[in-house]
Design a protein around this ligand. Structure first.
Ligand code: OGA
Ligand code: MN
Length: 205
């Protein structure tokens, strides 16, 4: 028999909240030194021009539409993560296993990207599931913006099934999680550039 893994209580709490409420935001999950390293490394990647313009649509219809989606992205390579990404991807894998053990979700892998929104850019209301695929099951966004103030804008707005909305501030160290299929959302324009590692726990296709 496989020995049960002693799950991190903070990860179990995320599983519980996703099952009951469908979305959550947590702080202090990523240790301060790891968060600081992610911020330094991600800022350098952006400044070196390693990110590319995100596009909307699929296949032959991919196009740059900054009025819909104005961010720049760099996909993570889970098989050879950068030094700062490695511990965060390890934590996400622990979260994946915890979600599977607690909720039987059958999450198979994580795909994610670093995303930077330059000032005054946005991502209009959308859902993260691709048409024709139900693989993306849980969305997880870790923010990398130190000293974010309310006046900076840039909130993640979730459209709740009840018709209400909730806004999450993209403050460094905040992790937002939600059940992908159930939450349309948008990124509001910010007056500063806004950085996050965004990704999805996926079912096997
Ligand atoms: C996305 C997205 C949310 C955020 O990349 O699909 O909606 O808060 N990101 O950055
Ligand atoms: Mn999204």
């Amino acid at each position: 028999m496989q020995a049960p893994i002693a799950a991190n209580p903070a990860l179990l709490a995320i599983a519980h909240t996703l099952a009951t409420t469908g979305w959550c935001q947590v702080t202090n999950l990523v240790p301060a030194d790891q968060l600081a390293a992610l911020i330094v490394e991600s800022t350098a990647a952006w400044q070196q021009g390693d990110l590319t313009e995100a596009r909307v649509g699929r296949g032959a219809h991919l196009q740059r539409r900054p009025e819909i989606r104005g961010d720049f992205v760099q996909w993570l390579d889970p098989h050879s993560p950068s030094p700062a990404q490695a511990p965060y991807l390890a934590l996400l894998d622990e979260l994946r296993v915890t979600l599977n053990q607690a909720l039987y979700l059958g999450l198979w892998e994580f795909e994610g990207h670093l995303a930077v929104y330059p000032p005054n850019t946005r991502y209009q209301r959308h859902n993260d599931r691709h048409h024709g695929s139900e693989a993306r099951t849980v969305t997880a966004v870790l923010y990398l913006n130190e000293g974010w103030e309310a006046a900076d804008g840039g909130e993640l707005r979730l459209f709740l099934p009840s018709g209400e909305t909730v806004e999450i501030t993209p403050q460094a160290g905040t992790l937002a999680c939600f059940v992908t299929a159930d939450y349309d959302h948008e990124v509001l324009p910010a007056r500063r550039s806004r950085m996050a590692i965004t990704g999805w726990f996926r079912l096997r296709e």
